[in-house]
Design a protein around this ligand. Structure first.
Ligand SMILES: [Zn+2]
Length: 309
C-alpha cells in the first residue's frame, strides 16, 4: 500500500505541476485525470476497495498540491462509517476549501462522486466497470475547476470542492457530509455527473430540478453566451438521484449537471470506457459552467432556496 501511495503522490505532483494555473479548463488535463481514474488498474473504484482508497489519496493530494485548505476538520479526507449490511469498510469523502475574499461565510459547493461499481467476476470478457463517464468525468471536471479557481483566487464567496464517495451505494458520502453542515451558509450547489459522453448532443447540458429554484435565471444567459444549450431533465426524475439531493433536501439550491443520463448505451456497463469520452466537449462544458456561476461566486446574485413538497 505504501509503495502504491508514493506512486500516486508522485503522479499527482506531476499532473498538478504540468497545469498552468488560472487558464480555462483544458482538454488535456481532463484526459489525464479520466485516464487515471478510469484505467483498468483502478478496477472500477468500488466503495470500500483498495482502488477506491487510491482514488481518495489521488484526489486529496491533488487538492493539497493546488494549495486548497483541508476542510474535513484538519484533513482533506472526511471518514464516515456506512452502517449497511454489505460490510463496507470506512469510506472517505475528499473535501477542500478555497476561502472567499469578502464573504467567506457564504459557500458555493461544487461536487462530484468518484466511486463506481467495481468489477464483476462473472462477466467473461470485460469484468471491469471503468466508470469513465460515470463519474470519472465529473470528478475530472471538479478537479480541473479546482485547479482553475485555485490559480485565480478572485472568489468573493467561499468555494467548497467535494469529491463524494459511496454515491452508487445510495448517496452515502453526501448524506454523511450534510449531516454536520449549517445549510444557511450554502448559497448554491453544482453537482457534476456524466459529462463525458454527449448523449444529448454536443454543447448541451441537462440541469436537474431546473424549476425547483431560480438558479437558471442567473446561469442561463452566460451559459447561452458560452454556446451551451441548457435544458431540464426530460423525465424529471434525476433530481433526487445524485448528491445534489443531500443539499437540496436542506433547502440549498443544488442541482446536477449532466450531458448524458441513465438511458446512455454504456450506463452502468463495463463498456463505460475512457475511449468513449469527448474531452473537447467536456472542456467546453466545464468552462461554460465556470462562466455561468460567476455572479454567484462574486456574490452579486443568489439563487432562491428549494422547498421540497
Ligand atoms: Zn453517477
Amino acid at each position: 500500500m505504501r509503495l502504491l501511495l508514493t506512486a500516486v503522490l508522485l503522479f499527482c505532483l506531476q499532473v498538478a505541476m504540468s497545469q498552468q494555473l488560472n487558464v480555462p479548463v483544458q482538454e488535456d488535463e481532463l484526459r489525464q485525470l479520466v485516464s487515471f481514474l478510469a484505467s483498468d488498474s483502478m478496477k472500477g473504484r468500488r466503495a470500500g476497495s483498495d482502488e477506491n482508497r487510491k482514488a481518495t489519496a489521488f484526489i486529496s493530494s491533488y487538492f493539497q498540491q493546488l494549495g486548497l485548505l483541508p476542510a474535513a476538520n484538519d484533513s482533506f479526507e472526511q471518514k464516515f462509517y456506512p452502517d449497511s449490511a454489505d460490510s463496507l469498510n470506512t469510506l472517505s469523502n475528499v473535501i477542500a476549501l478555497l476561502p472567499g475574499r469578502s464573504k467567506p461565510d457564504e459557500i458555493i459547493v461544487f461536487s462530484a462522486h468518484f466511486d463506481h461499481l467495481g468489477t464483476d467476476r462473472k462477466l467473461k470478457r470485460d469484468s471491469i466497470f471503468n466508470g469513465a463517464n460515470d463519474n470519472a468525468s465529473g470528478t475530472a471536471v471538479l478537479m480541473a475547476m479546482a485547479r482553475y479557481y485555485a490559480g485565480w483566487r478572485g472568489n468573493e464567496r467561499s468555494i467548497l470542492f467535494c469529491a463524494f464517495n459511496g454515491e452508487e451505494k445510495g448517496l452515502l458520502g453526501s448524506a454523511a457530509f450534510t449531516e454536520n453542515i449549517d445549510p444557511a451558509k450554502y448559497v448554491a450547489g453544482i453537482n457534476l455527473e456524466m459529462l463525458g459522453v454527449p448523449q444529448i448532443g454536443r454543447k448541451k447540458l441537462i440541469m436537474t430540478g431546473i424549476g425547483k429554484s431560480d438558479m437558471v435565471k442567473i446561469i442561463g444567459k452566460p451559459m447561452k453566451d458560452s454556446g451551451i444549450k441548457l435544458r431540464g431533465d426530460r423525465e424529471d426524475n434525476l433530481f433526487a438521484r445524485s448528491d445534489n439531493f443531500s443539499f437540496a433536501a436542506l433547502g440549498v439550491p443544488a442541482h446536477t449537471f449532466l450531458s448524458s443520463d441513465d438511458g446512455e448505451r454504456c450506463y452502468h456497463k463495463p463498456c463505460d470506457e475512457p475511449g468513449r469520452i469527448d474531452f473537447t466537449n467536456m472542456a467546453l462544458l466545464a468552462n461554460g459552467i465556470i462562466a455561468s456561476v460567476s455572479e454567484i461566486i462574486s456574490g452579486a446574485k443568489t439563487p432562491s432556496r428549494i422547498i421540497l413538497r
